[in-house]
Each structure stands twice: as C-alpha cells, then as structure tokens.
Design a protein around this ligand. Structure first.
Ligand code: AP5
Length: 191
C-alpha cells in the first residue's frame, strides 16, 4: 500500500495536490477537514461537537478525529493506498495512527511536507474565501490563528516522521503543475 501523509500549513495546497495524486496513482484521498465539514453541514451530533471545538481556527479534538480515522481504515482495508490530507495533526494523533495502521497490517510510506511561507498561504486562503463559503476562511484573525495552531501543535508532527526516516520536504511555491511534478518525483524516488 502507498500511504501518503500530505502535510503543510493551511492553504499549502494539500487538497489541490491530493486530487491530482489520487488520479495519477489510483489511490484514495481522505481529508479530515472535508469529513468534518460534511458532518457540520449535515448538522450531525459529531458535526455540532466539531464546530464548537474548532471555533476561531482551533483543532478538533484528537478523540473526535481518531474516531473518523479508525472508521475509515476499517472500511478501506483493501485499498491500494490512501493520501491522508490534514492528518495526523498532533503527536498523539501520529502515535495512535501508527498503532491503527499496524493493527491493519500496513504503515505510512512517506510524509510529503509542502513548504509554503505564511504570506503566500494567507493570500491563497483569502482568495479562496471569496467563493468557498468556508467559515474558517472568512476572517483574517481566524486565518492567522490557524497558522499559529499549525506552528504550535502540528509542525512537531514533521519531527516524528523525520525520526522514522519518512519525511520528505517539497517546495510548495510555484504553479500547481510545478508542485505536482515535485511531489510525483518524491513518490517515484521511493519505488
Ligand atoms: P483542513 O480542511 O485540513 O484545512 P487546512 O489544513 O486549514 O488546509 P486548507 O484546506 O485551508 O488548505 P490546503 O492545504 O488543502 O490547500 P488547498 O489545496 O485548499 O482543516 C480545516 C479544519 O478542520 C482545521 O483547522 C481543524 O479545525 C479541523 N481539522 C482537520 N483535520 C484535523 C485533525 N487531523 N485534527 C484536528 N482538527 C482537524 O489550496 C488553498 C487555495 O489555494 C485554494 O483556493 C487553491 O485553489 C489555491 N492553490 C493551491 N495551490 C496553489 C498554487 N500552487 N498557486 C496558487 N494557488 C493555489
């Protein structure tokens, strides 16, 4: 299985690139943010809880997110691979994820980390916010807070994969196709 953790700050291009990688490599794409937004949109109990937790750009709880991941792994045991977009986002999530994959008889192949400066991601999110309708794209304070949360709680997850020898840094500035080419080169170098 080709299990890719696609990593990077808010607005780094994870979702955009995951769609293209999914098509090229014939693997699945799981965005925890998309799953949570779906739950919020449908007004489920999980969605209501997540919306409270995420107010102002904060993370949803590890417990809530790990529940989503456990269900997904169980339902997709025979998949040829998965791009995990936006997960894991904390150290406890990364540790629990390894245990879950181990039980399912698989493991993370690689973390691909998109490196994009704050000012570029802020601009991208502000541009998307005009049409996306995403609650967390609307205010500059929430966008700044998401970037701060990434630095304080999420960036450390890269160190976890560095220690495991699975970390690959990818320049996330340039055209969508240029960045896609870099990601593909990093994946193909693993084979
Ligand atoms: P999530 O949905 O994961 O959002 P995010 O990490 O903030 O990332 P974005 O979706 O904003 O950006 P992206 O990197 O996917 O970039 P995109 O391709 O869209 O999470 C949302 C929230 O859910 C979190 O804040 C948290 O509360 C909660 N959550 C999710 N997972 C969680 C977890 N594991 N634990 C706890 N909480 C969790 O691109 C951005 C824009 O730029 C687009 O408009 C795109 O068209 C454009 N663009 C992309 N590439 C380029 C380029 N090369 N040049 C110009 N424009 C570009």
């Amino acid at each position: 299985m080709l299990n890719i953790v696609l990593f990077g700050p808010p607005g780094a291009g994870k979702g955009t690139q995951a769609e293209k990688l999914q098509e090229k490599y014939g693997i699945l794409h799981l965005s925890t943010g998309e799953v949570i937004r779906g739950e919020i949109g449908r007004g489920t109990e999980l969605g209501k809880l997540a919306a409270e937790q995420m107010e102002g750009g904060k993370l949803a709880s590890d417990e809530l997110v790990l529940g989503i991941i456990a269900k997904y792994i169980e339902e997709h045991k025979s998949a040829p691979g998965v791009i995990f977009d936006g997960f894991p986002r904390t150290l406890p999530q990364a540790e629990a994820f390894d245990r879950m994959l181990d039980e399912a008889g698989t493991k993370v192949t690689v973390m691909l980390a998109l490196e994009v400066p704050d000012e570029v991601v802020t601009e991208r999110i502000l541009t998307r916010g005009k049409t996306s309708g995403r609650a967390d794209d609307q205010s500059i304070d929430t966008i700044r807070n998401r970037i701060e949360v990434y630095k304080k709680q999420t960036a450390v997850v890269a160190d976890y994969y560095k220690k495991a020898g699975k970390f690959r840094s990818v320049d996330g500035v340039g055209t969508i196709d240029e960045i896609f080419g870099r990601l593909c080169a990093a994946i193909d170098a693993l084979r």
